[in-house]
Structure formats: C-alpha cells, structure tokens
Design a binder for this molecule. Structure first.
Ligand SMILES: [Zn+2]
Length: 120
C-alpha cells in the first residue's frame, strides 16, 4: 500500500523496541486482511488496535475498513424501525399519524410493524 517506512513498535510480548511486520492474508484469491506481527519475536497481534505503535497517536490506527463499517452500521440502525421511514407514516399539517394503528406518532418513534417506505 505504498508504505515503505518501517513502523516502530514497543512489543508487548518480547518487550523490545521492534518493527511491525505486515503480511497479506488471503481468503482464496481475495486479500482478506493483514497479519500483523513483531519483527523481533514473531508475536502476532490480533488487529491494528492491539499493535503497540511507538511515537504516534493514531490516524493510521483507524483504517478505511473500520470507517466504512461504522457508516454502514449506522445507516442501517438509523432507518431501523423508525416511523418516519415507514410506509404507514402520514404527515399532515398539524400531526404525524400512523395509518396502520390510527394514532399520532412522532417521526422518531419506532414500531414493530415497520414497513420500509419505497421511494416515489
Ligand atoms: Zn516482540
């Protein structure tokens, strides 16, 4: 990924100042991740967050993969079962109503009978 400079770590396993070794991990033909290990003792770190990087406080700790995963989860939860996205949600000038339960609702209410509204 164009990273040529060594990444210094203070290894939590051997206790030495060492370098991070990155090796691609393949799932079939697709690269599924990276194996992160200590160049000194070979200790394998579970993930980027577990790597004891030295001398930097982190933009690279958050990978693009983490970021997009967060966004996806948020978007899904956000729509969830919220009335304003429901096909039964009816907006009048003075009230917002559920046409399924014939009651006044708030846009942020949630409902077990949620049915996602299709775009017009
Ligand atoms: Zn080590």
């Amino acid at each position: 990924m164009g990273k040529s400079e060594a990444e210094s770590i203070g290894c939590s396993h051997c206790g030495e100042e060492s370098f991070l070794k990155r090796e691609p991990v393949y799932d079939g033909f697709a690269k599924s991740g990276e194996k992160l290990s200590c160049a000194g003792c070979g200790h394998v770190f579970e993930n980027e967050a577990d790597v004891p990087f030295k001398g930097r406080g982190g933009p690279s700790v958050f990978t693009d993969a983490d970021r997009s995963a967060d966004v996806d989860v948020f978007a899904k939860d956000e729509k969830g079962q919220i009335c304003r996205y429901c096909t039964n949600y009816v907006v009048n000038p003075f009230t917002q109503r559920c046409s399924l339960h014939f009651k006044v609702v708030d846009a942020t209410d949630t409902c077990p009978n949620f049915e996602e509204k299709k775009e017009d």
